[in-house]
Write a protein that binds this ligand. Structure first.
Ligand code: PMV
Length: 322
């Protein structure tokens, strides 16, 4: 009986969240917090799902009928694979993620991508990148309703991309010099992306032409950030992060918890910091010189649920063992 483990990375939006909703550019990158899925063939007549992190287990019949609660996203992946001609054989799935869920790091997309890759590898016919993108998007539709597609794109391809709604994401050759690190901090506050997006759009409408200048400024920041990433100019990149955060504050996407963490990072000497993703909770990111990271992490830990130094621009989906 076969067994395969595959993994895929989470994502961080480095620049342009919210502004991307109205057609401007954003930059997203992969982060070395990974979802890992272990798939093992069994002799039973079920697909068995187990999430040790969420302490959940469920059994699904091989015809994949019915609604399967927390595991519906992964059952949808199997349905999509069946439509592509893959057979559904009895197997056990253990899903694990290093990311906090529902905090904007793309945990469900990374898990879907890792599962689709592991299961098809178990059947001896692992999905290629384009197929993986297509199949994992089916899971995203169940998880998010109207997904942008960026989470499963980053989980599949890894690296860093610039994207605009409706266009194919373009890879960015990011250079992150050794002496610098990123830090992710989770406020621990759950929020609905949809609610924040609606709020920001209302503010934009109210501001009219003045709002359009904010969106244009955000787009120019993306442009400069691309250059800073490609040349490894971390000082410039950090300044742009602070300014991008300021624009998100202006549009009403931040809150006290996020602003507190950004200000702590600034006071402790970080080169840059901003909320990442929708805002009103979830996560923020910091860019710092390695020498200053310890002090920044220690201070953030007093106010955040989870704080982790991370690497960005890491590889996408991969099979870990066969
Ligand atoms: O909730 P997240 O982290 O996936 O971020 C949403 C990003 C927004 O720009 C706010 C919304 C979107 O669909 O692009």
């Amino acid at each position: 009986m076969g067994r395969v483990v595959a993994s895929a990375p989470g994502k961080l939006i480095l620049f342009g969240e919210h502004f991307v909703v109205k057609g401007y550019r954003a930059i997203a990158t992969s982060v070395n917090l990974r979802a890992r899925v272990d798939v093992e063939e069994t002799s039973g007549s079920w697909v068995e799902f187990h999430s040790p992190t969420l302490n959940l287990k469920s059994r699904v019949p091989l015809d994949l009928g019915g609604f399967h609660g927390e595991f519906e996203v992964y059952v949808e992946i199997l349905r999509a694979l069946r439509r592509e001609g893959y057979s559904i054989v009895p197997h056990r799935v253990v899903l694990e993620s290093e990311m906090p869920v529902a905090s904007g790091l793309g945990s469900s997309a990374a898990t879907s991508v890792a599962y689709a890759l592991a299961y098809t590898a178990l059947l001896g016919d692992p999905l290629g990148r384009d197929e993986l993108l297509r199949i994992s998007f089916e899971g995203e539709k169940v998880a998010h309703g109207r997904p942008s597609g960026i989470d499963n794109t980053i989980a599949t391809l890894g690296g860093t991309v610039v994207y605009r709604r409706g266009d194919k994401p373009t890879p960015v050759n990011a250079v992150i010099p050794e002496d610098y690190t990123f830090i992710v901090a989770d406020t621990g506050l759950k929020r609905s992306t949809r609610d924040v997006v609606e709020h920001v759009l209302k503010v934009a409408e109210m501001l009219g032409e003045a709002g359009e200048y904010v969106y244009l400024a955000a787009d120019r920041i993306v442009e400069k950030a691309l250059k800073a990433l490609e040349t490894g100019d971390m000082r410039l990149l950090g300044s742009l992060m602070y300014v991008n955060h300021g624009l998100l504050v202006a549009m009403g996407a931040s809150n006290l918890a996020l602003d507190t963490l950004v200000n702590i990072a600034r006071v402790k000497g970080a080169l840059g910091a901003k909320l990442t993703g929708a805002g009103w909770g979830g996560c923020m990111i910091v860019l710092a010189e390695r020498g200053k990271a310890k002090a920044i992490v220690e201070e953030l830990e007093r106010h955040a649920r989870m704080v982790r130094p991370v690497s960005i621009h890491v590889p996408g989906a991969l099979i870990e063992t066969l």
